[in-house]
Write a protein that binds this ligand. Structure first.
Ligand code: AP5
Length: 227
């Protein structure tokens, strides 16, 4: 990666398998710390919807539950990280997912005299991830995430955050694709836990509990990491 205008004061990484709660927790950390959530999954879904060249290349790969090429993902993330709002600090959600991506991020940060504050591993059992993913839906208006069992809107059918009444389910949230996503996670992303342990920035957190409890644990970790 190569960028000259990166001025991000804090870089946090949320590592974890599909459905671990990375997006849920990243949005809460955004609200608490004023950081910006960068989800490569969301950036890729935007590219697919906009039918860009990267989006066209990514669409079938995402639908199969495989990882999009490092080249495409690194380009998308680099372009997003140099936007002015990232000067507030970023929470990377779903990136890096391979050693090549992790090394590219290290290069980008090093060339700007910056470092990773913490890489936080959300630890969840595979069976729980399947339950979380199969019940997930989001507000079509603001993207707030919900779950059939674990996180329902206060008023059924109305988003708590923006009052919208339409909701969406992701095309890749089906049993077959979830199995491929878990395989890709264990083969290509789980090794990053040791990678960041080696760099001395790894923090582990038990993500099997309730959303609010995990958020409190993460708040402590992030506060410490940003000092
Ligand atoms: P991406 O969008 O990143 O999906 P993912 O990693 O599979 O993660 P999810 O978004 O499914 O889960 P999450 O951990 O954010 O969980 P959430 O908070 O929503 O990637 C999609 C695809 O894009 C990939 O498969 C790949 O093809 C491609 N891609 C993306 N990045 C890439 C990269 N870097 N390289 C290559 N390819 C890339 O929570 C899930 C549900 O559970 C929600 O309903 C939530 O309400 C609920 N929930 C959350 N926490 C709890 C809790 N503690 N208890 C009970 N319920 C909970």
């Amino acid at each position: 990666m190569d960028a000259t205008t990166l001025t991000t004061p804090a870089v946090l990484i949320l590592l974890g398998p599909p459905g671990a709660g990375k997006g849920t927790q990243a949005r809460m950390l955004e609200d608490t710390f004023g950081l910006v959530q960068l989800s490569t999954g969301d950036l890729l879904r935007d590219a697919v919807a906009a039918r860009t060249e990267a989006g066209k290349a990514a669409k079938a790969v995402m639908e199969a539950g495989d990882l999009v090429s490092d080249e495409i993902v690194i380009d998308i993330l680099r372009d997003r990280m140099v936007q002015p709002d990232c000067a507030k600090g970023v929470i990377l959600d779903g990136f890096p997912r391979t050693t090549v991506q992790a090394e590219a991020l290290d290069g980008l940060l090093a060339s700007n005299d910056q470092k990773i504050n913490a890489a936080i591993s959300l630890e969840v059992e595979d069976a729980e991830m399947v339950v979380r993913i199969s019940g997930r839906y989001t507000c079509a208006g603001c993207g707030e995430g919900y779950h059939d069992k674990y996180k329902r809107p206060a008023k059924d059918g109305t988003c708590d955050k923006c009052g919208h009444t339409e909701f969406m389910r992701r095309a890749d949230d089906n049993a077959e694709t979830v199995a491929s996503r878990l395989t890709a996670y264990h083969a290509q992303t789980a090794p990053l836990i040791s990678y960041y342990e080696g760099q001395g920035v790894l923090k582990r957190t038990d993500a099997m509990g309730r959303i609010e409890g995990i958020a409190r644990d993460l708040e402590v970790i992030v506060r410490d990491a940003m000092i």
